[in-house]
Design a protein around this ligand. Structure first.
Ligand SMILES: NC(=O)c1ccc[n+]([C@@H]2O[C@H](COP(=O)([O-])OP(=O)(O)OC[C@H]3O[C@@H](n4cnc5c(N)ncnc54)[C@H](OP(=O)(O)O)[C@@H]3O)[C@@H](O)[C@H]2O)c1
Length: 314
């Protein structure tokens, strides 16, 4: 690609920081819009990276952001919220993004969906992700726009909220009741996800495609939590909850004010295995094994900056 301007919506998040770091080291000029610039000032250590405050739900603001960009990457996603919140983030925003790409002449769009995205899912998260990816891949809409969609299983790595959450809980409690302990996942490292996005940008064979992204192995949730405990040298009892108790656990957690540990929507999503029978796409390299990549949990650090500092060699 001759020009190298990329706008990453959601670029200040966990995946976004790693991806911004990688793209900056590959010579891209990265623009990251955010609702609160103050929170992402650290991204400015990256060469050629700009962080701007913007309301990306406003079509006029999107058009201003996309003017002069060669590539747009949409990583925006939420795990908790009302049906309306999910539709706004996962369906209406992708719609506005494709419209703004068309209006500003952007020809390349990479879109983050999720493994299990499915318009028939009972989970609003999975349902809305399914609607969003169908919308961006729709041939009529995407005419003139080369779109690639990614669907990762749960993503781990420095700054993740999934394994770090269990690490925090295990440090606090000798006994951990675990909802949906048998739910299966195939965790993929954030560096592998970032590499897949970065490699796909100027690879025409990825245009119009959707890729599942998974690590090398599948695990039941209880195994993952045991692995985290072992990594932290903690001896803990994990008490698997049955289906009914799991639902009630999710319901209770939902009522808790503040950050949510789990909701019924997450519970519904976990009724379907989050695994890829075909594993990680060979064109994007070999994925890191979970066991080889969770040392970041040991320091108790939630270093959101690690990925791009490493990528930027700082
Ligand atoms: N992490 C995983 O295990 C995983 C697995 C599968 C798929 N995914 C998908 O991958 C994407 C990135 O995940 P992540 O873990 O990096 O998420 P994250 O850390 O929560 O970051 C999400 C980003 O989206 C932006 N955002 C969230 N809600 C928004 C809203 N209502 N309006 C505008 N911006 C909003 C935030 O931007 P500001 O706060 O800076 O404004 C934030 O930087 C999401 O689409 C997620 O669904 C993640």
């Amino acid at each position: 690609m001759s020009n190298n301007n990329v706008c990453i919506l959601g670029g200040g998040g966990f995946v976004g920081r790693h991806l911004a770091g990688l793209l900056a080291t590959r010579g891209w000029r990265v623009t990251v819009p955010t609702r609160r610039r103050q929170r992402h000032k650290d991204l400015l250590v990256l060469p050629g990276t700009t962080v701007v405050e913007a309301d990306i739900h406003d079509p006029a603001a999107l058009a201003r952001l996309f003017a002069g960009q060669d590539v747009v990457i949409n990583l925006v996603g939420i795990l908790h919220g009302s049906h309306k919140d999910f539709i706004r983030a996962h369906v209406k925003l992708p719609h506005k993004v494709t419209e703004a790409c068309r209006a500003t002449g952007v020809k390349r769009l990479l879109h983050m969906s999720a493994l299990g995205a499915d318009t028939t899912s009972r989970s609003f998260y999975q349902h809305s992700k399914g609607e969003g990816e169908a919308l961006v891949l729709e041939p009529g809409r995407a005419h003139d726009l080369d779109v690639t969609v990614f669907r990762p299983s749960v993503i781990f790595g420095p700054g993740d909220s999934f394994l770090n959450l269990f690490a925090d809980l295990l440090r606090l409690a000798p006994v951990l009741p675990l909802a949906n302990a048998r739910a299966r996942f195939q965790p993929v490292h954030v560096a592998d996800v970032a590499r897949a996005f970065a490699d796909a940008i100027d690879d025409p064979e990825t245009y119009g495609q959707a890729y599942n992204l998974c690590g090398p192995r599948t695990y039941a949730l209880a195994e993952l939590v045991q692995l985290v405990a072992a990594n932290l040298d903690l001896k803990r009892s994990i008490v698997p909850l049955g289906p009914r108790a799991s639902w009630w656990f999710a319901r209770l957690m939902e009522l808790k004010p503040g950050a949510k540990l789990m909701t019924r929507d997450n519970h519904y999503a976990m009724q379907t295995d989050n695994v890829c029978p075909d594993g990680f796409p060979a064109r994007f390299g070999t994925p890191l094994a979970l066991e080889a990549g969770i040392d970041y949990l040991r320091g108790g650090q939630k270093d959101h900056y690690y990925g791009y500092r490493a990528a930027a060699r700082r």
